[in-house]
Design a protein around this ligand. Structure first.
Ligand code: C2E
Ligand code: MG
Ligand code: MG
Ligand code: MG
Length: 288
């Protein structure tokens, strides 16, 4: 009996392994097709200035609608693209399309683009940025690149050189998901980030935990003294909004204001200018 159970467990393990392997394989082969075809698209999420409740910037977020597997989240396919050496191609596609979109917006709102650590180590990045700016005509100051703390992990000096080169072009740099990784205050001293984006896990906890409130307030005070903009990510409730305000944040982003939306919808939101909190976030639509 025990023996059969063991065999069943082994069989189901190998089945699961095979499923997982098939999915990764499908994603790998599909990615090459996706980038050439019409399967990738960008959605945009407004970042709201707390003083004027005005759309300051929009973050471009990548979506992949796979013909068989359906919507694949970027958190799943970006790491696979990195492993395949396809991330440069994807980054340059995102930069180009994000800049083209922003150049058509009816205000001077910035566009924020996520740059994966692997891209930041590539000498191709500055060239992709310049090409996207030239093709779209978007001024460099309207482009913000979001990088995470992990770029400082294996410090070969390569990421530093590329960051400085990007700053020379005149674009803005944001430190994304701040507080989740390997936070060290020393790189806030060495690099002049324009924006600090506090990870949504802290904002998720502010209503219930004094610890999260203390951390959020400390980050708000630090960023203010260092003259950085601060974005509270993942704001879903009015209570979280009030905590972000109390902590002295300059900006907020989250479902309370808008989910990530297609390009034509974000253009209409920007044309309207101000963005008021909505009481009940609409149900999650995975196609967005
Ligand atoms: P991120 O840069 O921290 O982006 C914020 C994520 O939080 C997005 O998930 C967004 O849809 C989600 N979000 C926004 N507001 C709320 C909220 O109020 N509540 C909750 N629960 N979530 C909210 P998404 O689009 O699935 O992206 C996940 C991550 O994938 C991003 O995290 C980013 O690291 C990466 N990513 C997305 N697009 C790109 C891209 O074009 N290039 C690269 N390299 N990475 C990307
Ligand atoms: Mg981001
Ligand atoms: Mg983030
Ligand atoms: Mg995040």
């Amino acid at each position: 009996e025990a023996k059969r159970e063991g065999r069943n467990r082994a069989a189901s393990f190998s089945w699961l392994f095979k499923e997982r392997f098939n999915r990764i394989h499908e994603i790998e082969t599909g990615l090459r097709r996706a980038i050439e075809g019409q399967e990738l698209r960008l959605v945009f999420q407004p970042i709201v200035d707390l003083e004027r409740m005005h759309i300051d910037a929009c973050e471009a977020l990548l979506r992949w609608e796979h013909p068989i597997l359906g919507m694949i989240p970027p958190s799943e396919f970006i790491p696979i693209a990195e492993g395949m050496g396809m991330i440069e191609e994807i980054t340059s596609w995102v930069l180009r399309n994000a800049c083209l979109a922003a150049a058509s917006w009816p205000s001077d709102a910035r566009v924020a683009v996520n740059i994966s650590p692997a891209s930041l180590k590539s000498a191709e990045l500055p060239g992709s940025v310049i090409a996207a700016l030239l093709e779209s005509g978007l001024p460099a100051r309207r482009l913000e690149l979001e990088v995470t703390e992990s770029i400082f992990l294996d410090d070969s000096g390569q990421a530093n050189a590329i960051l400085l080169e990007l700053q020379r072009i005149g674009l803005r740099l944001a430190l994304d998901d701040f507080g989740t990784g390997y936070s060290s205050l020393s790189y806030l001293r060495s690099y002049r980030f324009d924006t600090l984006k506090v990870d949504q896990s802290f904002m998720a906890g502010v209503s219930a935990n004094a610890e999260d409130r203390a951390i959020v307030r400390a980050i708000g005070a630090l960023a203010r003294d260092l003259a950085m903009d601060t974005v509270a990510e993942g704001i879903e409730t009015v209570d979280q909004l009030e905590h972000a305000r109390d902590a002295g944040f300059t900006n907020v982003q989250g479902y309370l204001f808008s989910r990530p939306v297609p390009g034509d919808v974000v253009t209409a939101l920007i044309a309207h200018g101000a963005l008021a909190p909505i009481q009940e976030p609409p149900p999650l639509n995975h196609s967005r």
